[in-house]
Design a protein around this ligand. Structure first.
Ligand SMILES: Cc1cc2nc3c(=O)[nH]c(=O)nc-3n(C[C@H](O)[C@H](O)[C@H](O)COP(=O)(O)OP(=O)(O)OC[C@H]3O[C@@H](n4cnc5c(N)ncnc54)[C@H](O)[C@@H]3O)c2cc1C
Length: 477
């Protein structure tokens, strides 16, 4: 009888599912008998991806979209045959507002990530003061930094564009993606492209314009992809849960074990891994792909590899919550002519941002209703994410009343909490990853992947999951 090799995956978020999918494909394409088992502690798969169909609403508890610029999510969706289900951001509105000085100001047209690329809308905007605009323009003359190496997002933006650009644009817009604090965010680990643009263009503005031109030239040369043009952010008609459900079907239910919390990993004398859990007999696998949060991974290896556990525990996390609310359209005095608004820390409010969900996406609420989603907590106001339900609803209602003039109670609301939900890539992250890699490379059959390491976005997680699976597969061969 031939011995069938086994690969275990711990964690059933998008990283773990992508890893299991990749292994399933490899086994199928090469006709190799191999056992794949995925363990997820929660009763459902998806991890941070939670889509709730609460007729007539469709609510996302965690992520609601991904970017198409990084190709790995789109590629997976195509492989899964879900391409016809892709949902562009709606064309009825565009852009975003920034709450400043007690008013919502439209982020000027042409601002890319925080960098102005169109002169007239930027000059006409009331969001940035005249001294602030002049300071941002100084980016064109400030010499590039001589030192190489990492820098915080805050230090970089203050240096190139000035404090007002940091406070009103970079902090809520760029820091907000990680729910992070720009004062400790590592630029090299989060947005290395900004440093490249500075080095490449001498200035951030010139670097961004060059990049735009390069992209436009590339698009001209490329044969257009078949099907409708895709927007920068994209989702699926039935929400991101549709991707999770499809992956579950393709991987096969028999390989997936929900409600199974792994407690420990131990190396066996024959270089395999013993996977222990309470209330179940341990199982042995030839390789383990750990896709849990870094602190959970630390718990799994703390007895076997204490130094690795210490390094994993050093990756900080912040907590946040999302509060979705459904209002009758007539209860909202605002024109809702954008996808929502962001709230800079300097505004000293209790919400980070609000997405006007049913304006941004079709198929999320009936015509006469509006679904909004507020973000609470993050690095700057973590304690708010732990508020009780009533307190959380009240604070969001108060903020919506004061910022948007909504004074009617929502007809329905949904709260999702994410305690320690967002890993933070702080200064030192890359050195930590190097030290983590040095240890895992020495451990045959142990792989770490997921949002804690090399990109928190869904495309990056998919890429990390698939790459870990390919490595495990190659080594087992
Ligand atoms: C509120 C919010 C909004 C976001 N919005 C976006 C967005 O719009 N676009 C985007 O691209 N990204 C977004 N992100 C980030 C993105 O959703 C996550 O980074 C990504 O989904 C993480 O996937 P993962 O598989 O690496 O980790 P997770 O989804 O965290 O999966 C890890 C899994 O491991 C399981 N686990 C832990 N310990 C054990 C154990 N001992 N045994 C078994 N299982 C275990 C957990 O239960 C969990 O299911 C958002 C995140 C949050 C919190």
């Amino acid at each position: 009888m031939t011995y069938k090799k086994k690969i275990a995956i711990i964690g059933g978020g998008i990283t773990g599912l992508a890893a299991a999918y990749e292994l399933t494909q490899q086994a199928h394409q090469t006709n190799t008998p191999i056992e794949i088992e995925l363990f997820e502690q929660a009763p459902e798969l998806g991890g941070k991806i939670i889509t709730k169909k609460d007729d007539p609403y469709l609510v996302e508890g965690g992520p609601d979209c991904f970017i198409v610029e990084k190709p790995w999510a789109l590629q997976l969706i195509k492989e899964l045959g879900l391409e016809n289900e892709l949902l562009n951001t709606s064309s009825g509105a565009s852009g975003t507002f920034v709450f400043d000085n007690n008013a919502l100001h439209r982020l000027p047209d042409g601002v890319m990530m925080m960098v102005p690329t169109k002169m007239l809308p930027f000059l006409a905007s009331k969001l940035i003061s005249w001294p602030g605009k002049i300071r941002m323009g100084c980016d064109l003359f400030i010499p590039r930094r001589k030192e190489t190496g990492d820098e915080t997002l805050a230090s970089f933006v203050r240096r190139r564009l000035g404090k007002e650009a940091l406070d009103k644009m970079a902090e809520p817009l760029i820091g907000g993606i990680h729910a992070g604090n720009p004062e400790n965010m590592s630029l090299l680990s989060t947005f290395p492209r900004f440093l490249e643009m500075e080095q490449d263009g001498g200035s951030l503005i010139v670097g961004m314009l060059k990049r735009q031109k390069k992209m436009a030239d590339m698009m001209k040369k490329r044969t257009p992809a078949p099907g409708p043009k895709k927007t920068f952010f994209i989702s699926l008609n039935e929400g991101l849960g549709q991707l999770v459900n499809k992956l579950e079907t393709v991987i096969g239910n028999e390989k997936i074990h929900c409600g199974r919390k792994i407690s420990q990993l131990k190396q066996t004398s024959d270089n395999r891994w013993l996977i222990e859990e309470e209330n179940h007999d341990p199982i042995t696998a030839d390789a383990v792909i750990v896709t849990t949060e870094a602190y959970a991974a630390a718990g799994l290896v703390k007895n076997e590899l204490p130094r690795l556990a210490d390094l994993l525990n050093e990756i900080p996390y912040v907590s946040s919550a999302t509060v979705s609310m459904a209002f009758p359209r007539k209860a909202i005095p605002h024109a809702l002519d954008a996808y929502g608004f962001i709230v800079p820390k300097i505004a000293n409010r209790r919400i980070m941002a609000v997405t006007w969900t049913s304006i941004k996406w079709n198929h999320r609420a009936p015509q006469d209703m509006v679904l909004l989603r507020a973000f609470v907590g993050g690095a700057q106001r973590q304690e708010l994410a732990a508020c009780g339900d009533q307190e959380m609803l009240n604070l969001v209602k108060e903020e919506l009343s004061s910022i948007m003039g909504i004074n009617t109670p929502p007809e329905k609301s949904w709260i999702y909490r994410w305690p320690k939900g967002m890993p933070q890539y702080v200064i030192g992250h890359l050195d930590r990853l190097e030290a983590i890699d040095a240890i895992t490379k020495e451990q045959k059959g142990l792989y770490l992947a997921g949002a804690s390491y090399r990109g928190i976005g869904i495309p990056d997680c998919i890429n990390q999951g698939r790459q870990a699976a390919v490595k495990a597969w190659e080594e087992l061969k």
